[in-house]
Write a protein that binds this ligand. Structure first.
Ligand code: GLN
Length: 539
């Protein structure tokens, strides 16, 4: 068996340069050449995982099949590579320290003083190798979050220095992602920040093998030469990463710059065939040449930061391409909506999505939104909290259960149509304790859900504490809101849909987490189609 090859991606100059997209794009190219690739992310913050973070801190919390709450970059890895990631693909400083401290309490260090070097760095390295050791991959790409020079990422950088030395240069390489800013007043692209950032890596004992340079303008020959000279890399290892109109262009841009070829050559891997990217190019073609357009309203709480709904946004891009339709997504803060304004606010939208969320803020606005979608027969998609709100609205306005609510918002409601999961009743800890990850769901024949999936048994990912209260199920069914998806083991309702409506469906799970470029999610595809139908009918 040949050795697993490791590629590390570090970042410099500023954060938010898109290390995740570069890692995912390179992963895509290597996978398309026939290699088994996975990508992992190491985050420098001290939270054990991002599950307890407000979405405004780091964007959406992405949930894996195995129920880990992870960084949103894992979503990019899955969407680009069409693979499943797991708990092992996202490690934080908090996890590393937690493991080391637990071992210390168990007496595992035999009286030694426990220190950053070697104990923390050893634990980081153990995690660097974990996925590679499984035998499932030829190449493991490791993204190091944050910027070089940050105090909090120092142990990761030190562990990387050690690991690379131990593995040898044929088995590990470092790609450094930096920014080449354009100074308007000078009319020039500037290399100095990159030079400094590489110096910082050198101080830590790491010479990057490849520079990937984010830039708004093409890198002139002279700038490439200068970067090579000052950063000790070969000219052909200066890779331009120019701003793209869509992140899905980046793999092709990286291919044009030969990033994959440089990587293979350095790792002494053969490049037997060109990357097979037919499906990808097909998707891009449809994405860029839409024949139609629909307006979808996303009603939620974290609307000031689109990253809070990253996977939903991407799922719409995938589903739009399938329908040859540009999806114009407009964000509405639920707090700004009430019975008097809803009609005007959502005027002209072809579909309404009520987003996942927690807590009371904006709930009444979401209820008005659902009522509007139900009565006006506008295609409606409710995800997690969005489904729960649809249930509350139906209970109040169709079943006449005044004051019906979820016990998350009103513990004393006379009609707790949404209530705490039995398994949650004894839970007191916050982190990692929701109903998380993949569960099976059986679909009812002849429903919109079954039609969309074209299947009778599916598996979807969850992240919630509350559920539909089955004591009310009969009443709902008799009045036309039916459970089209049910967990076959626990009997939990996973999908609710309306009978007498063009398309009105809510899921307790998060379908957006499973939508990829090559496998757009069927519910998003159908929802966009329903919006398109409404629009063409209207025209
Ligand atoms: N707050 C709701 C629950 O915990 C919904 C969660 C969500 O939308 N992810 O059940």
């Amino acid at each position: 068996m040949t050795a697993v090859k490791y590629i590390f991606v570090t970042g410099g100059v500023t954060s938010s340069l898109g290390k995740g997209i570069i890692a995912a794009s390179l992963g895509k190219l290597l996978q398309a050449r026939g290699y088994r690739v996975t990508i992992q992310k190491f985050d420098p913050y001290i939270n054990i995982d991002p599950g307890t973070l407000n979405p405004y801190e780091h964007g959406e919390c992405y949930v894996t099949q195995d129920g880990a709450e992870t960084d949103l970059d894992l979503g990019h890895y899955e969407r680009f590579l069409n693979i499943s990631t797991s708990r092992s693909n996202n490690i934080t400083t908090g996890r590393i320290y937690n493991n080391v401290i637990t071992k210390e309490r168990e007496g595992a260090y035999l009286g030694k003083t426990v220190q950053v070097i070697p104990h923390i760095t050893d634990e980081i390295k153990r995690n660097f190798y974990l996925l590679g050791d499984s035998g499932d991959y030829d190449i493991v790409i490791t993204e190091i979050g944050g910027c070089v020079g940050d105090i909090e990422s120092l142990p990761f950088i030190e562990a990387l220095r050690q690991a690379r030395f131990e593995m040898g240069s044929n088995n590990a390489l470092v790609i450094h992602l930096t920014l080449i800013p354009f100074l308007k007043s000078a009319g020039e692209l500037k290399t100095k920040p990159t030079q400094h950032s590489v110096k910082q890596l050198l101080e830590a004992g790491i010479q990057p093998d490849i520079l990937v340079c984010r830039t708004e303008y093409p890198l002139p020959e002279e700038i490439r030469r200068k970067l090579a000279l000052f950063c000790n890399v070969q000219h052909k290892d200066v890779i331009e990463s120019i701003d793209a109109s869509t992140i899905y262009d980046v793999p092709l841009l990286m291919k044009k710059e030969k990033l994959d070829q440089r990587v293979l050559s350095k790792l002494k891997l053969s490049a037997t065939h060109e990357p097979e990217l037919e499906g990808w190019k097909d998707f891009l073609g449809r994405l860029k040449n839409p024949s139609y357009e629909v307006n979808i309203a996303l009603v939620g709480k974290y609307v000031a930061l689109p990253d809070a709904y990253k996977s939903i946004v991407e799922a719409f891009i995938h589903a739009g391409a399938v329908n040859e339709c540009k999806v114009k997504l407009t964000y509405f803060s639920a707090e700004g909506i009430d019975d008097a304004t809803v009609k005007h606010t959502l005027d002209g939208v072809d579909g309404i999505l009520v987003a996942p969320g927690f807590g009371e803020r904006g709930i009444e606005g979401k209820i008005c939104t659902v009522k509007h979608a139900r009565e006006q027969k506008i295609p409606f998609f409710g995800i997690c909290l969005g489904m729960q709100i649809a249930v509350v609205e139906f209970a109040r306005n169709v079943l006449d259960l005044a004051g019906a609510h979820s016990t998350e918002m009103d513990a004393n409601t006379p009609y707790p149509v949404i209530h705490l999961l039995e398994s949650q009743k004894s839970v007191t800890q916050k982190g990692g304790t929701m109903r998380l990850g993949a569960y099976p769901c059986k679909l009812k024949k002849g429903t919109k859900a079954a039609q969309a999936y074209g299947d009778s048994l599916i598996s979807e990912r969850h992240r919630h504490r509350y559920e539909f209260n089955n004591a009310f199920l009969k009443d709902f069914e008799e009045h036309g809101m039916i459970p089209s998806g049910i967990n076959p083991e626990s009997g939990l309702v996973e999908i609710m849909e309306l009978k007498n409506h063009p398309w009105f469906l809510g899921t307790q799970f998060h379908p957006e987490l499973k939508s990829t470029v090559l496998n757009p999610h069927p519910l998003f595809v159908r929802f966009v189609k329903a919006a398109l139908d409404l629009k063409s009918g209207r025209i």
